[in-house]
Design a protein around this ligand. Structure first.
Ligand code: AMP
Length: 502
């Protein structure tokens, strides 16, 4: 029987003795061994009482077994929701209850805190530790490998909860076809083949490490060097064996801080990809100067998978996210969804086989963001230049309206970042008695530099209109970031909300 996603990802490899996971210091796992493991986890899911369409929640440390449970869920037709390991028990409770999960898998350390959560939600709880121990690993060891369950293109594969920096986190419903269509496009666009070796240091609870990286590798049939997390020493140790790496911008800035990053170290690499947060043009330039490689930046989100990419051949333009991917329609729109003239900044809307089916249990939210004509309102502000390159200028909710004027934080951040002594910056709006909102800049100095806010203000006076200039400049050692490298502007707004009002 056909299983839309599983067959495509594994059909050709199920019996292959080629490496799928290269585990530093722990040996390798072949495609055949991994598929067998996934089939046993699929058996253990079914033995726990789950049927196709039921949900399993995973709050697990990244490990080969976590990935095998995920692939086992694809195989069994069971919908999984991967949860950030940083979530507290109270947060996990919301996800398990919202998804109506029948089973929660967690690490042994979290079991005491999560047992009452699972019980309260009527879900079973089982343990799967990153070292391959735990009650669920034991259940898999004695389970019969499950035959592949039939699943159609539109069947649900996963619920991916959005990071939800404002309001409740929403469960994006991803179908088999959403995931497969995007992986096929990306594998071809980025020229993945079985000869590649993908360095994988991303988390697998998020679309980037989970679907972009893993599904592309599976489709190509190439191995992944599977690191538990990003650790500059480990990445540097393994770069010489790899041909490609997918990372968030902080991977690149941290590697640039390390003198061991040289042309020789990456001589065997063919492609570095960045996404999930904006890559500074300066990082792009520094990376090329140091390594000879131009990073390929792409843009996507949980709800849509990947939407745009810089070209494999042709100019990878720093500060842009490239072109809409084949099959993805993209418009820059006003609030009513009308396309704006080329070059103007507006809300990015996308339509295509990559776009999710809607938010789980939230028909009103779905109706607000997914138009009946199939276009999804991304909430990102951007523009498309005359050559077709897309630029993201920020999230719509980060737009600052000061004295009635729109201020795009990215424009101010770029001006700040170009100043001597400024490593990076974040620009936010905070309440102001006269202007409604005032522009506030948070800057991080370069090592050893002590930029003077007055001098910065004077310098910006040369390049930015008065209403765009920060009315307050705060200096911090680092910007607050989440694990995907995204700057947490909500946290900065909260911290600085009383600068102008009591
Ligand atoms: P997530 O759903 O966690 O993957 O977050 C998606 C959001 O990350 C997008 O809506 C963008 O705001 C941002 N994002 C992803 N890739 C890029 C990129 N290359 N440049 C700028 N922002 C990005």
């Amino acid at each position: 029987m056909a299983n839309h996603l599983y067959d495509a990802l594994f059909g050709r490899h199920e019996g292959s003795e080629r490496d799928f996971l290269i585990l530093p210091d722990h040996g390798n796992i072949s495609y055949a061994a991994f598929a067998e493991r996934a089939a046993r986890f699929a058996g253990a899911l079914v033995a726990s009482g789950l049927k196709p369409g039921d949900r399993v929640a995973l709050q697990l440390e990244k490990s080969p077994d976590m990935l095998a449970v995920i692939v086992g869920a694809f195989r069994a037709g069971i919908v999984f929701l991967p949860l950030n390991t940083a979530y507290t028990a109270a947060e996990v409770e919301y996800f398990v209850a919202d998804a109506g999960a029948k089973l929660l898998l967690c690490d042994g350390r979290a079991e005491p805190a999560l047992a009452p959560v699972a019980a309260g939600c009527g879900a079973a709880l089982a343990v799967l530790n990153a070292d391959g121990t735990g009650s669920f690993a034991e259940a898999a060891a004695v389970a019969d490998p499950l035959p592949v369950a039939a699943r159609a293109a539109d069947d649900l594969a996963a619920l991916l909860y959005t990071s939800g920096t404002t309001g409740r986190s929403k469960g994006a419903m991803m179908s088999h076809a959403n995931l497969l269509s995007n992986a096929e496009v990306l594998a071809a666009y980025w020229r993945f083949t079985a000869d590649d070796v993908l360095l994988h240091a991303l988390p697998i609870f998020h679309t980037h490490g989970l679907f972009v990286a893993t599904n592309v590798a599976l489709l190509a049939g190439c191995p992944m060097i599977f690191l538990p997390k990003f650790d500059a020493d480990e990445v540097i140790r393994h770069l010489p064996q790899a041909t490609t790496m997918m990372g968030v911008p902080t991977f690149y800035t941290r590697l640039l801080d390390d003198p061991r990053l040289t042309r020789d170290l990456v001589a065997g690499m063919r492609l570095f990809i960045s996404g999930s947060a904006p890559l500074l043009a300066e990082t792009h330039r520094q990376w090329e100067a140091r390594t000879g490689h131009r990073i390929l930046e792409r843009y996507g989100m949980t709800e849509t998978n990947m939407n745009t990419s810089n070209p494999y051949e042709g100019e990878r333009r720093a500060g842009t996210v490239g072109f809409p991917l084949p099959g993805v329609e993209m418009k820059v729109c006003d609030a009513e969804g009308r396309a704006l003239p080329q070059g103007e900044i507006g809300t990015i809307e996308v339509r295509g086989p990559n776009v999710f089916q809607g938010y789980w249990n939230m028909p009103e939210k779905t109706a607000e963001e997914l138009r009946t004509n199939g276009f999804f309102i991304t909430g990102d502000l951007g523009a498309i230049d005359a050559d077709g390159y897309v630029s993201i200028v920020g999230r719509g909710k980060d737009l600052i309206i000061s004295g009635g004027f729109n201020v795009y934080p990215k424009e101010v951040e770029l001006a700040l970042d170009a100043l001597p002594g400024v490593l990076e910056s974040a620009v936010i709006g905070v309440p102001h008695p006269d202007f409604g909102e005032a522009v506030v800049a948070v800057i991080v100095p370069e090592p050893g530099a002590a930029p003077d806010p007055e001098a910065i203000r004077a310098a910006l006076g040369q390049s930015l209109a008065k209403f765009k200039q920060p009315k307050h400049i705060a200096v911090r050692a680092a910007l607050p970031r989440n694990t995907m490298g995204k700057v947490q502007k909500a946290a900065l707004r909260q911290e600085l909300r009383h600068v102008f009002v009591p």
